[in-house]
Write a protein that binds this ligand. Sequence first.
Ligand code: 3PG
Length: 210
Amino acid sequence: MSREWIGRLGAARVMPIVSVGDVDAATALVDDLVAGGAEAIEILLRSPRAPEVLRLCRRRHPEVLLAAGTVINAAGVGLAVEAGADVMISPGLTPALAAAALSSPLPLVPGVQTAGDVMLAAEYGLDVLKFYPAEPNDAATILKDYANVFPGTLFVPTGGIGEAALPKYASLRNVLAVGGSWLHAGLLPGATRPAALSRNMSEARRLLGA
Ligand code: 3PG
């Protein structure tokens, strides 16, 4: 499987996470995020219309790395593949999910917390992992240790992250990118949103040393 997506996610450095309620609202948010400079976006497959949003965004933004989030089972893998995602992200890892993902054409970034989680992922050949939920677990401190214990493994911390937390992750060599919804939290649709998103994206990249 090609690993060029890893370079793209690392270059993006920041990955906004979008939950889907209304299809038009979620699609408009993705449009504004792209206008604001997002190069990688995770769309959570947590609601019935989310695959439709992913499919629409695939057509509208072929240049953006689109991740299907909350892929927790074989059905989710099927939805992600069918919608045209580039990569799948899950909050954790099970043998059934690993089997479904490894027989699909898409890479999987499974969620981990413990050393055992990282080792289980490694047994399936998975070495780009989501650290979730990051902030409640002091991910930056743990990931500093994991850089020594698991030197070949890269992490994408997400969960509860905001701008103030970013400097902690900037210097960690095993942090590929950081994901979260803080980039668009509280921003209402309208003419000023793309500029606000652009500011948030630039500031996040700056704080992460991109
Ligand atoms: C998720 O998978 O739900 C996200 O990691 C949550 O990120 P957030 O805390 O920034 O919304």
